[in-house]
Each structure stands twice: as structure tokens, then as C-alpha cells.
Design a binder for this molecule. Sequence first.
Ligand SMILES: [Ca+2]
Ligand SMILES: [Ca+2]
Length: 182
Amino acid sequence: MSYTYSANDMSVGDLDGDGQYEYLVKWDPSNAKDNSQSGHTGNVFIDAYKLNGTRLWRIDLGRNIRAGAHYTQFQVFDYDGDGRAEIAMKTADATVSGTGQVIGNSGADHRNSSGYVLSGPEYLTIFNGANGAILDTINYQPARGNVNDSTAARTSSTAPWPSAPTDRPCGTPASATATPST
Ligand SMILES: [Ca+2]
Ligand SMILES: [Ca+2]
């Protein structure tokens, strides 16, 4: 499987609290696939950079997060209010953090023969913005639900800031099941 990488989605946040933004880039392999397309894909990377282009760290989402427009939505926000942004996204077995920590089962391969990942655990992980280390990992909610070869998960997320009672930002991952029209 031969492929190249190009920059995809991007977001910004002050990851180290120095008052300047850093930027995060999702690198998509050239064989990324929409939910409607079968096939195996390369791994997706999330890289953090200083404004001068110096790379701080890389998260490798691993073989169990498929590459495509609907699979990885990452949030960059200062969730705990300490002046440094964290990063939140869906992860899976064998995702590797910016400091080399492996999530779940490093050897697991949940891809089916068509390259879809329709089984296996899904997680929501919060990463330390300064070094990409894992702060916490929980089971992803909502759960995957019923999927088969003609349906696939699409995810979205946002970082709302509710007022009372918390007055704190919180992440709200979501997912929907879509059936391709073909
Ligand atoms: Ca900064
Ligand atoms: Ca923070």
C-alpha cells in the first residue's frame, strides 16, 4: 500500500500558555476514504506546531481509526481553565500519544476485509496540549450502535460553554449512522 500525505483540517490553541497560538494539523493519507468507499487507508496523524513551524509532537491515530472526512474531528480548547489548551478526539486500540503512550491493545486490528472499522472499542481521549500526552481516556459515547457493510459511523463534535451550573467548557462528541445512497 503506497500513499503520500497532505495537510487536512486545522485548528489553533495556546498549547503551552505562552500567549501565542500553536496550530494543529490533521495529516490525511492520499488513500483516505469516505464512508461510502471501501478500502484500507493509511494512518491519520495529528501534529502540533509552533507558529515558526517547529513541530512539538505527533499523535498517530493508528490502524483502527480510518482515514476520511467523517472519522476524526478534533477539539482544541482550554477545558480546565489553566491557560493551556487540551485536545480531545476519538481514539481506538493502538492510537499512540505524543509521548509514545499506546491506548488500549497495541496489537489489535479491527479493520474488516473491506478496510472498514465497524467493531472494537472506541474511546474519547483528552491530550495534554504541551506534549501530546494522554490526560484521560474514557469509552466513547454515544456507542457505535448497529453497523454493517452498508452503514458506517460519522462523527462530529463541538466545545460548548454552558452557563449555570458548571460555567466551564465541555466537549460533546456525537455520532450518527448514515446509509450511503448507493
Ligand atoms: Ca503557545
Ligand atoms: Ca488547560
